[in-house]
Design a protein around this ligand. Structure first.
Ligand SMILES: [Cu+2]
Length: 210
């Protein structure tokens, strides 16, 4: 008698939780256990499925490593790592062989560093047809207008840039940096002169290639 009294709340609970109709009629110890196991399995399946349903998140993670080769007889070399996570790209560039002081760095149009002076990489990468300027300027700026950085007395420099205005291989031509080139200039970008900031010769070049 006690056992059946105990089952009443269980049955009620089962109805409230909308158990499968074939389980409602005869609730025994075994069936209750089975229901519990089924629920756990369903939860596991749901977790696995939701991961598969979010390809944007998982496919978004990318990493691209490239080297900078010296141009215009400069001796400036370096390496750059681009990583992408949840729509944000981080660039970390480590360079050496620079003259002490400020230099400009841009993304140029083509991943072609074959010319001795780096001219094969074309002009600034400017997919949104904006005037040249400082990154984030109200008057406009190129997607390749990274800006200026400072090299120390040993000719070393490290730059970090984080932006959601780039992507690695997403195919959106206003954001995709793949197939472009990184150019380091001997001079300083004045953020005014059109179309490239009058930054002088190209002392280092590297193609952004996956
Ligand atoms: Cu440039």
């Amino acid at each position: 008698m006690k056992r059946s009294i105990l089952y009443i709340p269980l049955v009620a609970l089962c109805f409230t939780m909308s158990c499968k109709s074939d389980k409602k009629e005869t609730v025994t110890d075994t069936e209750t256990e089975t229901t519990t196991v089924e629920t756990e399995t369903e939860e596991k399946t749901r977790t696995t499925t939701s991961r598969k349903d979010e390809p944007a998140y998982y496919a978004d993670k990318k990493k691209l490593t490239m080297n900078l080769e010296s141009k215009s007889n400069s001796g400036v070399t370096g390496s750059i790592v681009f990583t992408q996570d949840q729509g944000v790209v981080t660039m970390i560039a480590v360079m050496s062989g620079l003259t002490e002081g400020e230099h400009a760095i841009h993304i140029h149009e083509k991943a072609d560093c074959s010319a001795d002076d780096g001219s094969s990489s074309g002009g600034h990468w400017n997919p949104t047809a904006q005037p040249h300027g400082k990154w984030g300027a109200e008057g406009g700026y190129h997607k390749g207008d990274i800006g200026n950085f400072t090299a120390d007395a040993n000719g070393h420099a490290t730059i970090t840039k984080i932006t959601d205005e780039w992507c690695i291989g997403c195919g959106d031509e206003t954001k995709d940096i793949v197939g472009k080139a990184i150019i380091v200039h001997q001079g300083i970008d004045d953020f005014k002169s059109q179309p490239s900031g009058a930054a002088g010769s190209r002392v280092s070049c590297g193609g952004i290639i996956q």
